[in-house]
Design a protein around this ligand. Structure first.
Ligand code: NAD
Length: 246
């Protein structure tokens, strides 16, 4: 059976770009996961089908552990085969200094970006062990090594956790042939900045990377799918910066 690609948070931004690129890179079946934006997910699925691949639209709040279990229950009903995971769903909190990083704000960021990503990875590994293996790419952020002072240290720390999870999981799964890598996007043109109450962020600092411009979601997608592909067969435990040099 052909490889199945699960992209979490695929209704918009980087996740949507990965899902849309997948058919041209050899994936014949894509699970377009979304949280709230069913319309966006259906549009992505329509584009995948137009490429001749199968698209399955599935909803789950990744901050809700039982919803993630439900997602994998639905995936388990599909014809079985290897599973590749792009652990992408994520949020930023509205920017501000440490005084504004209240327990509620920090908890929400960690619930989605860390607890959700961990549980998705845990259930994906269980699926891979039962169905001919697969690979994982976690979506981190350049914030993990920059720290995001004055903006969202909580978000940066959540992505630091994703980097560390990537290293440990890669070590744990290497003997089983499951490669685990991460991509750290830099300043990428998506709606995440507006969702973090900073819609002008890229207009303000998008020129600051050495390449002199923000990146496109499609440029991140290329790196993600390369890491999952057989072309990267000797690459694991690697964190790829797609940041224009930032
Ligand atoms: P986006 O807001 O366009 O997409 C985020 C996706 O995650 C959406 O599809 C959203 O529905 C989904 N999501 C959020 N919370 C969810 C939840 N509770 N349950 C299910 N799905 C949920 O943003 P994006 O820029 O495409 O971000 C994608 C990933 O890339 C995130 O992990 C983000 O942290 C990371 N990233 C983005 C940038 C950037 O500049 N855009 C930079 C570094 C890292």
């Amino acid at each position: 059976m052909s490889r199945l690609l699960l992209v979490t948070g695929a209704s918009a931004g980087i996740g949507a770009a990965v899902a849309r690129l997948a058919p041209s890179q050899g994936w014949e079946r894509v699970v377009v996961h979304y949280g709230r934006d069913r319309e966006g997910a259906e549009a992505v699925a329509g584009d995948i089908r137009a490429e001749g691949a199968e698209a399955l639209v599935m909803q789950a709040d990744v901050a809700d552990m039982s919803a993630i279990a439900g997602l994998f229950a639905r995936i388990s009903e599909l014809p079985s085969g290897p599973l590749d995971l792009v652990n992408n769903a994520g949020i930023v909190s509205p920017g501000g200094p440490i005084a504004e990083r209240t327990p509620e704000v920090v908890r929400r960021v960690f619930e989605v970006n860390v607890f959700g990503a961990f549980e998705v990875a845990r259930l994906a590994v269980a699926y891979m062990r039962a169905h001919e293996g697969g690979g994982i790419v976690n979506i981190s952020s350049a914030a993990a090594r920059l720290g995001s002072a004055g903006m969202y240290i909580d978000y940066a720390a959540s992505k630091g956790a994703i980097d560390t999870m990537t290293l440990g999981l890669a070590d744990e799964l290497a003997a089983e042939g499951i490669r685990v890598n991460a991509v750290r996007p830099g300043l990428i043109e998506t709606a995440i900045h507006a969702k973090g109450n900073d819609p002008d962020r890229l207009a303000r600092i998008g020129h600051t990377p050495p390449l002199g411009r923000p990146g496109a979601a499609s440029e991140v997608a290329e790196g993600v799918l390369w890491l999952l592909s057989d072309k990267a067969s000797y690459v694991t435990r690697t964190i790829l910066d797609v940041t224009g040099g930032r």
